[in-house]
Every structure is written in C-alpha cells, then in structure tokens.
Design a protein around this ligand. Structure first.
Ligand code: NOJ
Length: 570
C-alpha cells in the first residue's frame, strides 16, 4: 500500500511538472532559446598567413566560442566565390572558397561545433549567384541554352528595359547589357551578382537540392540572404521616377514569394529540425507576419532594419529607438517571432553607432547595449568583436576601404558631381568595413589575427581592446557578455516573458519589464552620457540585482552614464 502511494505521488509530480512547463510556456523551440553568435570568417582568424581568415582559424578558436556560452554560430558565406562581394557572390554552392579551406575543414568545423553543443547556421545566398557560376556562364552563352531561364534576361530588340535600381552598381542601374546575346540581365546587387529567376521551378529545385545537400551534412539552419527580393514581376512594369528612394516598397515581397517559401518549407525545412531566418522583413508588420507565423509554414523568423537604420553620424533619438522596438514587440506578442540585433557584417560597430566609443564610455556603453540585446524578447544575434567592445576604425582615405559597394558609390558620387567630402564623412561612420576589421585576439602584430598582411587594416586600438587582455579582467566587456548570456540561458523569462515598457516617454532611459509565470524582471538602461532618472511605481530598493555594468549599481532610479541594471522584482 505504502509503495503504491509513493508511486502515485511520483507520477503526480511528474505530470504536474510536465503540464506546467507545457502550458505555461507554449511552443518552446530551441531556436527561440538560442543566442546566435555571428562570425565573419574573413576577419576572424587566419591560420595560414595569407591575411584572410579561414576555417582552420575558426577551428583553432572553438574553445573560445564555447566559452562565450552561445549555442548557435552563423557564418557568412563560405562557398566558392570570386569575392566580388566577399562571398555573397557564389560560383559553386557545393564547395568551399579556396581562401577559407576545404570541405574537410568544413566537416571538422561542424563536428567541433556539435561536440561543443553549438549549432551551425549556414548563410544561403540565392537571390543571386556569381556571374562566374556555371549556370550563368551557360545562361549567357546563347538565348536558347537550357539555363537561359535561370536568370532574368531582357532582349535588346525590345528597347531599353524599364529602370531598375541597383544598390551596388556604379551607375545605380540593375540592368547590364551583354553583347554576346544582345540582351540585358538583371542584378539588384553588383554586375557580378546576377539575380536568379525564382519564377523558374527548375531553378527553385536546384536551390532545394543545395539545401538538401547541406542539411544532410548536418547544418542546423539557414540564413536566407536578401530573400525578400527573390520573386519578381517578370513583365517588369515601369516604376515611378525616384522610386529608388523607397525601392524596398517595389522590390520586396512580390506575391509569389510566399508560395515559394511554403514549397521550400515543405521540401526541406520541415524535413529537418533546422532553423530559418530571412534577411529583411518586407515593408510592414503584415509582411513580416506573413513570413514567420507558424501556421503559414514558411520561416521561423526574419530580421527587420527599422531600428538598425536610425543611427546617423549626428546621433539618433532614444525615444525613436524605444518606439521601434516596442512596436515590433507588441506586433509579435501573440504570434510570430523576432530577431534582436544591433550590428552585423553590413553595419559599422555597435558601440560606435548606438553607444559611445570614446575611451571614457566605450566599455560601459558597450555593456549597456549587450544588456539590451540579451534581455529583449526575440532571438538575439550578436556580432563577433562586439563582445570585446570593438569600435569603428573610421578610415579617412578611400584607398583604405575594400567594400565593393562603397567604392562603387564613391565613383557614382564623383561622376555625378556629388559632395565627396560629405560622402567620406558618412562612410567613416557607417561603412560596413568598420565592422569587418580583423578580430582583435591579443596585442601581438596584427592583433594576433594573421602572420601575413591582413586583407583589411587592423584597428590600431587592438593593443588595448583584445581578448587576451579582457580575459584577465573580470569586469571586461568580454566577461560581461558571458554573464549576460548566462543570465538569458538561466531565465526563460528573458526569452518568453511578456515585455512591457516603463516610463515610455523618458528620452534618456529605456526601461522595461519582462514577466513570466510570476517571475518579473526590470531592465533599466541609460542610453546617455549623463545621469538620468526614470519613473516607475515598482519598488526596486530591495530588488535583487541580476546583472549590472557598474560595481555599485543604482537602486534609486537614478542611473549613471550608460548604466544598465537588471533587477529581479519577484
Ligand atoms: C546582404 C548581405 O548581408 C550583404 O553582405 C550582401 O552584400 C548583400 N546581401 C548581397 O548579397
């Protein structure tokens, strides 16, 4: 009898626990609970001294990556590429770029990550290929080649094609004339990145086969580059003059896109436990929901640029920043899932854009931004080097820049009599080369990145900002990042909890609560270099402090410059 009661009790406990975790946190998913660390392979670690980061270099740093606590790594493209756009122009989707290593290196990297319980997300660039891809070579060879229809062609006897804007082209034109067949091909990005024709089912199948190949190898997810642009109205209607100022309204989310995604989901994504994230979320919340709502069977998440775009050389409005994140959170509170990020390889450095990279405030403001990213709802994407508080290099001379679209735009401004001085000022702050300077490992030559000449100059501040130095300092940005990651991993409230903004109209402090199953945290972040107070009826004087970027954190609602505190309220 006694034994029976014990058994019943155990069963009751088991079922109550099971049902409470299931009912109280519906729809738990590994990719919602992930912290994604983005590695820019070209700049992370060079193992063979050619000045270019590579896979073996990343392999040599796997324990470092593990030590961060992150559980997903996203690598920018590593496929064969002539590197017009640093790997975003792929010439063979089933091979590794020779500068980065071999397929054997890739297999070893994947194994090393998995051994450390870190998942791997592959960048998939299929809005366009390289013009050196076999498909394109065949496609351009004749009008009747079976691959002709893998790309978008406009025969010249029809006259000039209607203007399409290219962000990367030296003349801003997305049509390039090719005399070989007397026709124009479409390239939303550079002339060496012809757009693939998604309207052709054969092309779509090629892409699914590529995804199948990598999923079979064991990759855990795909980041779909520039995906919002894949579908096109192939009648190419004329667009109004000046449309390029809002080109996303015209180029993104052309209707068949959702049927393509459902097809991809059906053929690949649903067959593997892989995560999927699209670059770009269209023009509205509706567009974003249409991509990511679970019952639509398309993608897991997308990332939107509303917030990331507001940082300008003259500063940005903290109120606007708060409004954007609050609006996006509320639009996805009940359905869909978001990505949270403040930087990536297409942006200048997080601390230089959203914080303050002066020696006085660099560390504290960088930690404050880290706190933000890791305490919001949505999957955090964190860019390599930000954990050290790496800053913009801010080149003065155009010769120092390597970024193809920046160099093309320089020529465009010059050719069109534009203001080159203003252009130079702008890129000093915003050019993506700022975020691509070599990773700063230690204070040896080239920051320990390479024994050769780095492909892009190393930021001279590497002697003070580097891993070796920060490892030794318990209060470094690096160790703060580790703590913030652990905090998120140990508190599901930070992943799934309800978000509620506090003191909404405060122009200096961004404060919000996160709440789940009776647990409530308050996050208070001062986004300015002055002391700033905030108002709330929540009593924080006795609250437990879970994370703070000052050794004497505030408990009186007055925050020191760039102070960040996470309080446990109950
Ligand atoms: C978006 C990528 O993030 C960027 O780096 C690239 O240049 C363009 N897509 C073109 O592929």
């Amino acid at each position: 009898m006694k034994k029976q009661w014990v058994a019943i009790l155990i069963l009751l406990i088991f079922f109550s626990q099971k049902s409470s975790s299931q009912t109280t946190i519906p729809n738990r998913k590994w990719w919602k609970e992930a912290v994604v660390y983005q590695i820019y392979p070209r700049s992370f670690k060079d193992s063979d001294g050619n000045g270019i980061g590579d896979l073996k270099g990343i392999i040599s740093k796997l324990d470092y990556i593990k030590s961060l606590g992150v559980n997903v790594v996203w690598l920018n493209p590593i496929y064969s590429s002539p590197n017009d756009d640093n790997g975003y122009d792929i010439s063979d989707y089933r091979n590794i770029m020779k500068e980065f290593g071999t397929m054997k290196d890739f297999d070893e990297l994947l194994k090393g990550l998995h051994q450390r319980k870190i998942k791997f997300v592959m960048d998939l660039v299929v809005n366009h290929s390289s013009d050196e891809h076999e498909w394109f070579k065949k496609s351009r060879s004749s009008r009747t080649n079976p691959y002709r229809n893998y790309y978008h062609w406009w025969n010249a006897e029809r006259g000039k094609p209607p203007y399409r804007y290219s962000q990367f082209d030296i003349n801003h034109s997305a049509w390039k004339y090719d005399s070989l067949t007397n026709a124009y091909y479409l390239h939303f990005f550079s002339v060496k990145q012809p757009d693939l024709n998604w309207e052709n089912p054969q092309l779509r199948n090629e892409v699914y086969n590529i995804m199948h190949y990598w999923a079979e190898k064991g990759v855990d997810g795909f980041r779909l580059d520039a995906f919002q642009f894949v579908s096109k109205d192939t009648s190419f209607p004329p667009f109004p003059k000046g449309y390029e100022k809002n080109f996303i309204n015209y180029h993104a989310m052309v209707p068949p896109i959702h049927s393509y995604l459902q097809e991809m989901n059906n053929k690949i994504l649903s067959k593997y436990n892989v995560m999927s994230v699209a670059e770009g979320a269209g023009n509205s919340f509706q567009d974003a929901h249409d991509l990511v709502d679970e019952d639509r069977n398309e993608l897991n998440m997308a990332y939107a640029f509303d917030a990331i775009d507001i940082a300008k050389p003259e500063g940005y409005s903290v109120l606007q920043f708060k409004r954007i994140f609050t609006k996006w959170d509320s639009a996805f509170a009940n359905k869909g899932w978001l990505s949270i990020f403040l930087a990536n390889h297409d942006q200048a450095r997080m601390v230089s854009r959203f914080g303050n990279d002066s020696p006085k405030f660099r560390e504290v403001s960088s930690k404050m931004l880290t706190t933000f990213i890791l305490t919001m709802r949505g999957t955090p994407y964190y860019y390599n080097g930000d954990e050290l508080g790496m800053t913009n290099i801010g080149f003065d001379k155009i010769e120092d820049y390597k970024d193809m679209p920046t160099l093309n735009e320089y020529q465009y401004v010059k050719n069109n009599g534009g203001d080159l001085q203003k252009f130079m000022e702008n890129i000093k702050f915003s050019c993506r080369d700022n975020g691509r300077t070599p990773f700063q490992w230690d204070s040896s030559t080239n920051a320990g990145f390479s024994g050769g000449i780095p492909w892009l100059k190393v930021n001279p501040n590497y002697t003070t900002i580097n891993v070796a130095k920060e490892e030794k300092d318990a209060n470094s940005c690096l160790n703060y990042f580790r703590k913030a990651v652990q905090l998120r991993k140990n508190n599901l409230v930070l992943v799934y909890g309800k978000y509620q903004i506090v003191d909404e109209n405060n122009a200096k402090v961004y404060a919000y609560t996160r709440e789940l199953n009776g647990k409530k945290l308050l996050v208070a972040l001062n986004f300015t270099q002055e002391n700033a107070s905030f108002k709330t009826s929540i009593n924080i004087s006795k609250a437990k402090i879970l994370l703070a970027n000052y050794t004497n954190p505030s408990n009186n609602k007055i925050l020191k410059p760039y102070e960040a505190v996470v309080y446990e309220i109950n």
